[in-house]
Design a protein around this ligand. Structure first.
Ligand code: GLC
Length: 539
């Protein structure tokens, strides 16, 4: 066992800063709000937090369009407030991870503006992917790639002399030009950025689009551009998962190790890695690369025992098999929340979303490896599915005109207290409005109610986290599947057994006695439908 590596089984809480807690009354969460919320998170029992991007940005993609990597956007605070947050977290023993965005920047970034002002073929343009168009007068994009958020992956610029000119590549929105990582200056600039924040005391980084960065050197046409763009996840094999990216992660790992050698504190790199198979995924977490990479297949699995068992087994065989640990995740700021997702697919599913989401949480916390919790998950917040079109801010909506993949519904500001919006989210004067409207029913999920009700999601997460911290069987280590009837999964972690009934009817419990913890009412001998439970010998 490698228990001394804190990150191998850490539980990290994702703070979507603009929706966590607003200390200034402008309706947008901020770093001082995060600091004020730290005791709440400590009480919940997480090991660390990951802060969504708070850097200066025109906010075309809520901060994933970075104009200055080494500062704080005034909407969220300033560097002094950032330092206070890191200090406060350190005092509480909560690690702080930043979200770093190396695949692309903002079209407002000074280097991109310099590229626009410079000539084709200039060193300024070499930091991005500028290319001449095809067809008569270069009016067609250089290749047929689609952007992940709709439309072509290329935008044509007007040259400084006013003539229509070259095109630049952006795998997301036109306001997010992709960096050219084949240009050494880009790599050097990111070194500087990493060190800037490491010197300010952060414990590591969540790396956005970590399978991106390098594109096929020839930028050739894709054989199936429609397929590449069918999901929001990275699938274009010419734009993602190029072999050179691994050299970057080896280098970043070495930078982290350098800091560890100085002060003994292990830093953590966790990648947002969307690749087709668990085996490909495992290549990102080899011992000298990233410490962790989010394993999204669990999040993508339908509520079905066989589907869950397949993805869990593959992850453990392929990822843990390389000596790393699996990083489990059920929710994040890009996905429909579990309570809603698990309630949807079948007619019998309606109403079962909360029970299934609770069961999935207990399952995740019992699996070997690390886990990430997305803010509001511990409150059992459902997705807000009926936000009116005119309040939507997701660029996917703007670029596709469709609500199909939009992400605003999982980003609505958290309810903290009270019966009406803003539910304590904003400390501003009466009438201060959260940046996305909160539905009335958020009252049921407010943290003050959740803390007072021992049957709440919050208590389930807190109890699960406490047991995880106390029981050496949980966290890092191995898992042994137990035989069960169809529709039920059960596995042992040492003498602890976790079982989940994916069906709706009760089944005989796979372990005798009263559970140590269960996601719903659970007597000895029976495991009710849509319920997970943990047992331990003698409990
Ligand atoms: C990642 C982020 C997502 C963002 C995208 C582009 O997938 O999680 O929120 O829109 O990258 O940066």
């Amino acid at each position: 066992m490698n228990r001394h590596h804190w990150w191998r089984d850490a539980v990290i809480y994702q703070v979507y800063v603009r929706s966590f807690l607003d200390s200034t009354g402008d309706g947008i969460g901020d770093l001082a709000g995060v600091r004020a919320g730290l005791p709440y998170l400590k009480k919940l029992g997480v090991d660390g937090i990951w802060l969504s991007p708070f850097y200066p940005s025109p906010q075309h993609d809520h901060g994933y369009d970075v104009a200055d990597y080494c500062d704080v956007d005034p909407v969220f605070g300033d560097l002094a407030e950032f330092d206070r947050l890191v200090d406060a977290a350190r005092r509480l023993g909560v690690k702080v991870l930043l979200d770093i965005v190396p695949n692309h920047c903002s079209s407002e970034h000074p280097w991109f503006r310099a590229a626009l002002a410079a000539a084709p073929g200039s060193p300024e343009r070499a930091r991005f992917h500028f290319a001449d168009g095809r067809g008569p007068d270069g009016t067609e994009p250089p290749n047929n790639w689609h952007a992940m958020f709709g439309g072509p992956a290329w935008t044509r610029v007007t040259e400084p002399d006013g003539r229509p000119g070259q095109w630049y590549l952006h795998m997301f929105t036109p306001e997010q030009p992709d960096w050219n990582w084949r240009e050494p200056e880009v790599a050097a600039e990111f070194d500087r950025i990493l060190r800037f924040w490491l010197d300010r005391g952060v414990d590591g980084f969540r790396i956005d689009v970590a399978a991106g960065l390098f594109k096929h050197p020839e930028l050739p046409d894709s054989p199936d551009p429609e397929a590449d763009a069918r999901t929001r996840d990275s699938v274009n094999p010419l734009a993602w998962n190029q072999p050179e990216v691994h050299d970057v992660w080896r280098h970043w790992r070495a930078v982290c190790e350098e800091y560890t050698a100085r002060d003994g504190r292990e830093r953590l790199l966790v990648g947002e890695v969307s690749v087709p198979t668990a085996r490909e995924h495992a290549r990102y977490v080899r011992p000298d690369e990233l410490h962790q990479a989010f394993f999204f297949d669990l999040l993508g699995a339908p509520w079905d025992a066989d589907a869950f068992r397949k993805v869990i087994s593959e992850a453990i065989d392929d990822i843990a098999g390389t000596g790393s640990t699996v990083t489990w995740v059920l929710n994040n700021h890009d996905q429909v929340r579990t309570v809603t997702r698990y309630g949807e697919p079948t007619p019998e599913g309606s109403g079962l979303g909360p029970a299934r989401a609770r069961a999935a949480a207990l399952l995740m916390l019992a699996l070997p490896g690390a886990a990430y919790i997305y803010q509001g998950e511990e409150l059992g917040l459902p997705e807000v599915v009926d936000l009116p079109d005119d309040v939507l801010t997701d660029p996917i909506f703007r670029r596709t005109g469709s609500r199909a993949r939009i992400r605003d519904g999982c980003r609505v500001p958290l309810p903290w207290s009270g019966q009406a919006s803003p539910f304590g989210f904003t400390s501003g004067a009466e009438g201060a409005k959260p940046w996305l409207p909160q539905p009335e029913w958020f009252a049921e999920h407010a943290t003050d109610r959740a803390l007072a009700d021992t049957r709440s999601f919050w208590h389930l997460y807190r109890d699960g986290l406490q047991l995880r911290a106390a029981l050496p069987q949980l966290g890092d280590g191995s898992l042994r599947w137990l035989d069960t009837q169809p529709g039920v999964l059960a596995f042992a972690r040492g003498d602890l057994v976790c079982a989940v009934n994916f069906g709706t009817a009760p089944v005989p419990a796979p372990f005798p006695g009263t559970p140590l913890l269960a996601s719903g009412p659970c007597e000895a001998g029976v495991l009710p439908g849509s319920t997970a439970a943990w047992w331990i010998d003698g409990s």
